[in-house]
Ligand binder design. Structure first.
Ligand code: NAP
Length: 402
């Protein structure tokens, strides 16, 4: 069977950057409805980094959003984007981005919202500054993921967590601004696969071992001398994130706080000499007894609802199950569904827990830039993103007390 016919779904937005031409998939989520005529203007913070480049490149073809600002460190600011960036994608720098002048992190950008791919050393305070200045912030960084009023979001898993935004705005005195984050790259695909299993059978215990690509470390990342022909059994902070973030993602927003899912979870994280695509070997203990057939079907039949299906980056079936015994593989499967699918294979019995399987996703797409897009699209669909000029006009129209 060809790799093309093995994948079931495709995103609405056919990203040429994310998928090779041989990976055009067949089944689309429903066509997005007509949006407002003018696109929402996006700024990218950390636009010169490896995730920022993906954001810039995906914005070039986006039907709802357009890139108007790029920002990065003092090393880059003042240069044109083409001068500042060390470009890593196969497709060239989009024309719309090449001549944009890179700005610093002053929260006065000409855009309606920001996508943040800032290094975590600066993301925490910079994202708060932007939220305070009225910008919705859609972040990839770890800094605010576990904040008690910040949604850690995977739309297919916990869209209801967006209800926390008004509480966040009240707590911090934000007006139109707020922060929404996507999870750590390994957590994103893990939880996407766990969600249908949680819904169908309940989850008791998870044991997961990762084999993570070098692009997960940013650029220039892990030195070639360390990773070539080698495996590094330590990624700083990664196991802690993988053990904590799923609890929030699979938990609930109860109207005033996030309640953890309370799942037993142990993670081992390793860096391997693969460019893109994090592979994970997963063992799961289920609350209800399930056959392997039922587990495969629960994963295969995981389908998004109508609201999510209208989002350009969404896949109708975000989990793809392969039957070949030697799949998924990073080189062959990381771009499935334009990089937005979690690809599962080797579903089999686990002698310690109940079921074991292998999963894979593109760490820079499903684990970062694509995840941020899906979050921004859901925010736009729910009316959380507005044109800033409209917001200003609305404020000016407020009656002035005499
Ligand atoms: P990266 O390649 O190292 O890029 C970091 C970006 O942050 C660059 O644009 C850099 O600008 C900017 N930056 C660094 N220091 C700065 C400062 N003092 N002031 C302003 N900007 C500064 O990292 P990355 O892999 O793209 O990751 C970006 C974020 O996404 C990180 O928080 C990371 O944890 C998270 N993330 C990464 C992945 C992944 O697979 N790589 C997945 C999920 C989440 P200059 O070019 O000007 O230095």
């Amino acid at each position: 069977m060809s790799s093309q016919s093995q994948y079931g779904g495709d995103s609405n937005m056919q990203s040429k950057q994310a998928a090779s031409s041989s990976e055009k998939h067949v089944e689309k989520a429903s066509t997005p409805g007509r949006r407002a005529e003018k696109k929402l203007r996006a700024g990218v913070l950390g636009a010169t980094g490896i995730v920022g480049q993906r954001l810039v490149s995906l914005l070039a073809g986006h039907p709802w959003f357009e890139l108007t600002e790029v920002a990065a460190s003092e090393r880059s600011s003042g240069k044109t984007y083409a001068e500042a960036v060390s470009w890593h994608l196969d497709a060239p720098i989009p024309r719309s981005a090449r001549n944009l002048v890179v700005k610093g992190l002053d929260p006065s950008l000409d855009c309606d919202f920001v996508l943040s791919a800032l290094d975590s050393s600066v993301a925490g305070s910079a994202e708060e500054d932007f939220a305070r200045a009225g910008y919705p912030v859609v972040s990839n960084s770890r800094n605010h993921r576990m904040d008690p009023d910040v949604p850690l979001l995977i739309p297919e898993v916990n869209a209801a967590h967006l209800d926390a935004i008004p509480r966040q705005q009240k707590n911090h005195g934000y007006d139109t601004g707020f922060i929404v984050t996507n999870p750590n790259c390994s957590t994103a695909s893990l939880v996407l696969v766990l969600k249908p299993l949680a819904d169908a059978f309940g989850l008791e215990k998870i044991f997961v071992v990762t084999l993570q690509a070098i692009s997960g470390a940013g650029y220039p990342g892990v030195p070639a001398m360390d990773i070539q022909g080698n495996v590094i059994p330590f990624i700083s902070g990664e196991e802690e994130k993988m053990e904590l973030e799923p609890q929030k993602l699979l938990g609930k927003w109860d109207g005033s706080r996030f309640v953890d899912a309370g799942i037993g979870l142990s993670a081992h994280c390793n860096r391997v000499p693969v460019v893109d695509g994090h592979l994970e070997c997963l063992s799961v203990g289920l609350k209800k007894i399930a056959s392997l057939h039922e587990v495969r079907e629960a994963l295969r039949n995981f389908e998004i609802g109508a609201e999510l299906a209208s989002l350009p980056t969404a896949l109708k079936n975000p989990v793809v199950v392969l039957d070949d015994e030697n799949r998924p593989q990073p080189r062959r499967d990381a771009n499935a569904g334009n990089g937005m699918a979690a690809v599962v294979g080797r579903v089999r019995e686990c002698p310690l827990l109940d079921v074991k399987l292998t999963l894979l996703a593109h760490n820079l797409v499903r684990g970062a830039a694509g995840a941020a897009f899906l979050n921004a699209e859901l925010l736009a669909a729910r009316g959380f993103l507005k044109r800033r000029s409209a917001v200003r006009e609305q404020n000016l129209a407020e009656p002035v007390s005499r």
